[in-house]
Design a protein around this ligand. Structure first.
Ligand code: GRF
Length: 208
């Protein structure tokens, strides 16, 4: 029995916050299931979008999945307090943002300081910051005539896309790339990079 207790104490409970398609969530679930992310369990998925495909992916994987409506609260702080209560219920150790299109308020950041990770579809610090999400990122990269782009796994702080970089992976840009083809190339890299970065983070960081 004690052995089981030790194993569950080692295992980190993850929440994934996602607003969209959920392809990164899917990659994270696969990585946990195949042991590429060790000592972890995706214990909870929350979306701020009712129709987010991420919720379907979570439910198919039999992971508790909730839609947290904006009107549950009067302010962003109240919304995040609601989320924090939910995270508490599931004894969450680590927060992974995967296409989560809401700003995390200071109250949430403080509660999970250095325990919130994000994946961003560019080589930060380039093409990050307020308003830089989705196709806007890839279009800006193409407009800049850069010859490569990529993705970045990073810690989340109050500075949007400005937290410590944990890992990056690059892709080359072809002359005929459009924002859509570049997005697809980068997304394929994200699916490899994010699980690696999460596993590395869990194995090297002290949780308390
Ligand atoms: C990804 O490009 C990620 O970098 C960004 O949002 C997108 C989410 O895609 N933060 P998905 O929902 O994981 O498919």
């Amino acid at each position: 029995m004690d052995g089981f207790k030790n194993i569950s104490a080692l295992r980190k409970n993850i929440v994934v916050l996602a607003s969209g398609n959920g392809s990164n969530l899917n990659a994270l679930i696969n990585a946990v299931n195949t042991g590429k992310i060790a000592n972890a369990k995706i214990a909870l998925v929350i979306s701020n979008k009712k129709r987010a495909n991420a919720l379907n992916i979570a439910r198919d994987a039999e992971i508790p999945a909730f839609y947290a409506a904006r009107n549950l609260s009067n302010s962003d702080e109240e919304y995040d307090l609601f989320l924090l209560n939910k995270l508490n219920e599931y004894s969450i150790d680590l927060v992974l943002l995967a296409g989560y299109l809401r700003i995390i308020t200071p109250i949430f950041l403080k509660a999970f300081e250095n325990r919130i990770l994000n994946i961003h579809p560019s080589l930060l610090p380039d093409f990050g910051g307020k308003g830089m999400y989705g196709m806007k990122v890839h279009q800006a990269v193409l407009n800049s005539k850069a010859d490569k782009s990529g993705c970045t796994a990073h810690l989340v702080t109050e500075k949007i896309d400005g937290g410590r970089i944990l890992a990056q992976s690059s892709v080359s840009i072809a002359l005929d790339d459009t924002a859509e083809t570049l997005a697809a190339k980068v997304l394929a890299e994200e699916h490899k990079l994010y699980p690696l970065a999460v596993n590395n983070f869990i194995s090297t960081v002290q949780f308390h």
